[in-house]
Unconditional design. Structure first.
Length: 441
């Protein structure tokens, strides 16, 4: 059975659950909202639904119910690798089923038929100033593909049917996840390699092909596979995932929706953070004046940072209250990779990991003193020669497309409504605060 046929069965089996919850149990209260949540970015308000992933404060991300180690262990591996292909993970995200090898082979084959990018997309990117941020280029590249949107064509045909609309979102979503690594590699070569482009190798899976197209080593193929899977999804409340869902809820097609999601990802409080963390680590390295990192000198440098009123980038998370499992997965890769585990920059990151949680706990102003994914990811890219910091968020965007596209495919499959929360005024909040709360009718 093909991926699309499998997904169709899953969606049709899931729809009655949503109908029952809405019609029979829709008035059951599942949460309350406080004034600080209302003002503070809707933090922790349970008002989004996704079955693709869930972020547990203590356990970290689960993809379709599986932890990161469980996911890596369960999925079929790329040839000659201990890591699964991105294509097998795409099947898993969409369906919740661990694919068989024949199913993976079918997805890999389908992926290759979709990865051709029209030349006008490259022309649009080339027309931008060469010093444009690569995230601008990526967003423009995705938006340039919009004219061929199958979902937009279906809507404009006059034959729109909400029960089958997901099939056209699926087509666009599949095209986007297949094409975005090609566009990203083009941007890298355009900006940093004198526009020396490398053609697609039709024999390679997605992660390996990306490594090939940016002129990387054999070992980097596993870096790409790992990186894109780890950055794929983080439930629906983060900016890139939520923005994609929000824009698509207006029935904007996946190209409009993910271009918007990428623009959110480009923010320094979201995807741009990995770039900023690496810069901070390098400045931190200078503070050691060439000395090898030890608990003593790293502790002193951390306290100097905090006492100067600065933060420790890469530590803390809006939801997590333990070390980010994505950090640990990348740390494990470093520790088991000859050369990388002895890299001076990784040794510093490892010593900060051993030291920073205790310093931050003693400092007392950080809810979560543990590292997140950004504390580790830039170091790996740097080691393999991808030293252009402003490209790191593009790598994030390639991976995040997987989760965002899987989510909006299911959004349409289940017919979720346009998102339209209700806002209130400051006067209302002050009135309700004085009255001890809003009086509900």
């Amino acid at each position: 059975m093909s991926l699309k046929e499998t997904l169709k069965q899953k969606i049709e089996a899931h729809r009655p659950r949503i109908t029952k919850l809405t019609k029979e149990m829709g008035k059951i209260i599942i949460d309350q909202v406080s004034i600080d949540q209302c003002i503070g970015g809707a933090r922790d308000i349970r008002s989004l639904v996704t079955d693709i992933s869930y972020l547990d404060p203590q356990e970290g991300i689960r993809f379709r119910g599986k932890t990161i180690p469980e996911t890596f262990a369960a999925l079929p591996k790329a040839a000659g690798s201990t890591y699964p292909t991105v294509e097998s993970f795409w099947f898993f995200l969409l369906t919740g089923d661990v694919p068989t090898q024949p199913q993976v082979d079918e997805v890999v084959k389908e992926w290759k038929t979709r990865q051709g990018v029209p030349s006008y997309v490259f022309d649009a990117i080339r027309a931008l100033p060469r010093d444009s941020h690569p995230m601008v280029m990526l967003s423009v590249g995705i938006l340039a593909l919009q004219k061929d949107s199958k979902f937009a064509g279906f809507y404009n045909s006059g034959k729109f049917n909400k029960m089958t609309a997901w099939e056209y979102v699926y087509e666009d979503a599949y095209d986007i996840v297949a094409r975005i690594p090609i566009i990203a590699a083009f941007i890298y070569n355009l900006k940093y390699r004198g526009d020396k482009q490398i053609a697609i190798d039709p024999k390679l899976d997605m992660g390996a092909n990306f490594a090939h197209m940016i002129g990387q080593s054999e070992q980097y193929k596993d870096v790409a596979r790992m990186y894109f899977i780890l950055h794929s999804d983080h439930e629906s409340g983060n900016v890139s995932a939520h923005t994609t869902h929000l824009v698509h809820s207006a029935l904007s097609d996946p190209y409009y929706a993910y271009s918007a999601g990428l623009n959110g990802l480009a923010g320094p409080l979201h995807g741009l953070a990995n770039q900023e963390v690496l810069g901070w680590i390098m400045e931190f390295q200078k503070k050691l004046n060439g000395a090898a990192p030890t608990k003593e000198n790293v502790t002193k440098a951390l306290w100097d940072t905090l006492n100067a009123g600065q933060v420790v980038p890469g530590y803390g998370h809006a939801v997590l209250r333990k070390t980010d499992p994505r950090y640990m997965a990348q740390r494990e890769f470093c520790l088991t990779t000859p050369g990388l585990k002895d890299d001076p920059l990784f040794k510093l990151v490892a010593m900060i990991f051993e030291t920073a949680p205790g310093v931050l706990t003693e400092h007392g102003k950080t809810k979560n003193p543990w590292p997140n994914v950004d504390a580790q990811s830039g170091v790996i890219q740097w080691y393999y020669g991808v030293k252009e910091w402003d490209f790191y968020t593009v790598l994030f965007g390639v991976g995040r497309a997987l989760g965002c596209m899987a989510n909006i495919t299911w959004d349409r499959g289940l017919g979720y409504a346009i998102e339209r929360p209700k806002s209130v005024t400051t006067d209302m909040l002050e009135k309700w605060a004085a009255e001890g709360g809003r009086k509900l009718s």
